[in-house]
Write a protein of this length. Structure first.
Length: 373
């Protein structure tokens, strides 16, 4: 009996719930249909407004603001940049020619000197003493020679006596000349006109052959020397135009290559390029410079900023502004890039004079997007 009551209760509950679930499903279906209708009406309204704006010339509402640059042919040059330095053609380290002790230094750093001027001397007391002895002996030998010569001319005495006197006299002359040359070697002289750049010795110091004593520089004949990779040896010739930049002076000058070496350095695989500098007190030996050598030049080229060139799997491209049916749009234009220098790229194919490339706002563009200038 109890089981019958439970079954009846369950049937009554099921009968009460069924109509409720059916009503909820119908309500949801009706609500969905209403939302779809509203969505359709909204889309129709949006389209109608867009058509109205377009008809009234209001395309700006859906365009992207960009900046453009009209292409005009212009000269283009490509430079090879290499590290270089200022080099003094006459930069001499004067070495001692004979051993001895420095007796006197007659110049200081910064002094102007002339070729042959004595800059310092080595103690030559021993040599001078030898010279005096030789001179004394030479005077006696000369007297004996002259007397013996006079006697021989008178047919007095023997020929051997005359020849011995002559030989002794000539030998002493040669010995004196040799000693005088040694004495001259104790004088440290400037081989060029220039300026004393460094005095590397002190009075009382011992020096010898091969020891650097004083450095003299002729700053009137300076040049810039650069070392260029051998890959460019066929592109660079004597007389080619180039530019020299001096970073420390914030200065750049135009010049030409005064010398291009023909041999390749076997160690670093470079060749040298020299450029003569005009006289200027601001140029100093060993100053750092940057040599910019023209290896490619054309008088008329399509040149654009290199940063506007983009790349994708199909290659390089830029966006250009074109007019299509009265609307300005962004056109993806495939290009071929040639030489690149100093932020500019030469375009060898894909663009022509008069094209307008988009230089501002190109990052978020797609092909066919409407734009405003």
């Amino acid at each position: 009996m109890k089981k019958q009551h439970i079954a009846i209760l369950f049937l009554m509950l099921a009968a009460g719930c069924a109509p409720h679930k059916g009503n909820e499903l119908d309500a949801n279906k009706a609500k969905l249909a209403e939302l779809k209708k509203q969505d359709g009406d909204l889309r129709n309204k949006i389209q109608a407004l867009e058509d109205s704006i377009k008809a009234e010339g209001g395309n700006e509402a859906r365009t992207t603001k960009v900046g453009v640059q009209e292409i005009m042919p212009q000269p283009f040059r490509h430079y090879v940049e290499v590290q270089a330095s200022v080099y003094a053609q006459d930069n001499i380290n004067i070495n001692a020619e004979t051993p001895g002790v420095i007796k006197n230094i007659s110049v200081s750093e910064g002094d102007k000197v002339t070729k042959g001027e004595v800059l310092a001397t080595i103690d030559d007391a021993v040599i001078q003493q030898s010279i005096q002895e030789i001179q004394t002996n030479l005077e006696l030998a000369k007297t004996l020679y002259e007397k013996q010569k006079g006697l021989w001319e008178q047919k007095i005495g023997t020929e051997v006596q005359y020849l011995n006197a002559k030989s002794n006299y000539e030998a002493l002359e040669k010995r004196l000349s040799g000693m005088q040359q040694q004495a001259d070697m104790t004088k440290i002289k400037s081989p060029i006109d220039g300026t004393v750049d460094a005095v590397k010795i002190k009075v009382g110091e011992s020096v010898g052959p091969g020891v650097s004593t004083i450095q003299v520089v002729n700053a009137d004949q300076l040049k810039v020397r650069g070392y260029v990779a051998e890959a460019f040896i066929s592109d660079i010739h004597q007389g080619d135009s180039l530019r020299i930049n001096f970073p420390d002076l914030h200065k750049e000058i135009s010049s030409v290559a005064s010398y291009v070496s023909t041999a390749i350095d076997v160690v670093n695989r470079t060749f040298t390029v020299d450029v003569k500098l005009p006289q200027d007190a601001n140029y100093h030996p060993n100053m750092i410079a940057i040599m910019k050598i023209i290896d490619y030049s054309t008088s008329s080229a399509i040149v654009i900023p290199v940063n506007v060139v983009q790349n994708d799997p199909t290659g390089s491209f830029v966006f250009t502004a074109v007019n299509e049916n009265g609307v300005t749009i962004a056109c993806k234009t495939t290009v071929k890039v040639g030489k690149v220098y100093n932020g500019n790229a030469e375009i060898t194919d894909g663009l022509k004079a008069g094209d307008k490339i988009i230089t501002v706002g190109y990052d978020d563009l797609n092909n066919g997007d409407a734009i405003s200038l």
